[in-house]
Design a binder for this molecule. Structure first.
Ligand code: GTR
Length: 319
């Protein structure tokens, strides 16, 4: 009898063990960055809600590679979870290009109305065509230009500048419309490219500008806020399909909770980062006229992305 009980217990342990999965989540930012903290919150929530059956290991700081590489690995299922900007993702999921379009969102209220609403859900689902599924959006503020030598104060100042962009067709087209030369490069290479003069500038939100230390080598930051492209937490579609309906619901619920958490951290981090750089760099605001000229200069891009007109219109028409 005793032997029998031991065998049963051993069998149960094997079943329990085999039902436990450990998955990886790629993240380029360091530990203290809002997206990383939200990913850790997400992993912790999933672990608790599944009683430890689903473990997600957050590999931050670019340990698994640059965003383009990890997106490809997530599509292949080598990595199961990932958090990247929607910009490089649009190289693999064309519909996501709309989220990078310049001056698309009117303000934060409009941004979250769209992302938390039907259009947002549709965009997350559209990733299925590339073997991925979007789980939620994270805040990423607004991106602006920063340069090494002279500030960008008007549209003409971009002319001839080599500007680093993410691996995203919209960003490439946008820089061209402004008269600059877009240079596609991974985030991790930007610091030395700025330092050695391979590029004249880049563009990002203040938390990334600060956290990457780009401000040390590119001290002219102009708040032109050309785009509010969000971050996306997503996963491999086959891994998603391997989950029960209950576990899928847990993943979605935890992802949304992580998003709400990230938004709070983001708001705080924007202030902290600004505080940290403000005396070390030159910050510029554009005059309303110049802001308008920037908007007009990139307007033709909407014609170039007309194939996404239905989605673009439903974003613009979200009140
Ligand atoms: C940041 C974003 C990163 C990465 C980076 C970049 O704002 O959070 O995921 O995309 O920009 O410019 O490469």
């Amino acid at each position: 009898m005793r032997k029998f009980v031991i065998v049963i217990l051993a069998l149960l342990a094997v079943v329990a063990y085999s039902a436990t999965v450990t998955w990886r989540l790629a993240e380029v930012h360091p530990l203290n960055y809002p997206t990383t903290q939200a990913n850790i919150f997400f992993a912790e929530t999933v672990r608790k809600m599944t009683n430890g059956r689903i473990n997600i290991e957050v590999l931050y700081g670019g340990q698994l590679g640059g965003e383009t590489e990890t997106i490809q690995q997530t599509m292949a299922g080598v990595i199961q979870f990932n958090r990247t900007s929607a910009a490089p993702l649009s190289s693999f999921v064309d519909t996501l290009s709309v989220l990078s379009l310049p001056f698309l969102f009117r303000d934060k209220n409009h941004y979250w109305k769209v992302l938390d609403g039907a259009v947002g859900e549709q965009l997350l689902e559209s990733m299925k065509s590339s073997g991925l599924i979007g789980l939620t959006f994270y805040d990423s503020g607004a991106r602006s230009f920063y340069t090494t030598k002279k500030p960008i104060l008007k549209v003409e100042d971009v002319k001839g500048l080599k500007i680093r962009v993410q691996n995203s067709p919209v960003f490439v087209d946008m820089i061209k419309l402004l008269g600059g030369t877009p240079i596609v490069m991974e985030y991790g290479q930007v610091y030395s490219a700025l330092q050695t003069g391979v590029i004249d500038g880049a563009e990002n939100n203040i938390p990334s500008y600060e956290s990457s230390s780009h401000y040390e080598v590119a001290p002219h930051y102009t708040f032109n806020m050309h785009t509010m492209v969000p971050e996306i937490l997503f996963m491999n579609l086959a891994a998603w399909n391997s989950l029960s309906k209950e576990d899928q619901l847990i993943i979605k619920t935890a992802a949304f909770a992580a998003s709400l958490y990230e938004r709070k951290l983001w708001e705080e981090r924007e202030k902290i980062s600004l505080e940290k750089v403000k005396d070390k760099v030159n910050l510029y605001n554009l005059t309303p006229e110049e802001m308008k000229r920037f908007q007009e200069a990139v307007q033709p891009i909407y014609k170039q992305y007309e194939k996404h007109k239905t989605v673009i219109d439903s974003i613009i028409n979200t009140k």
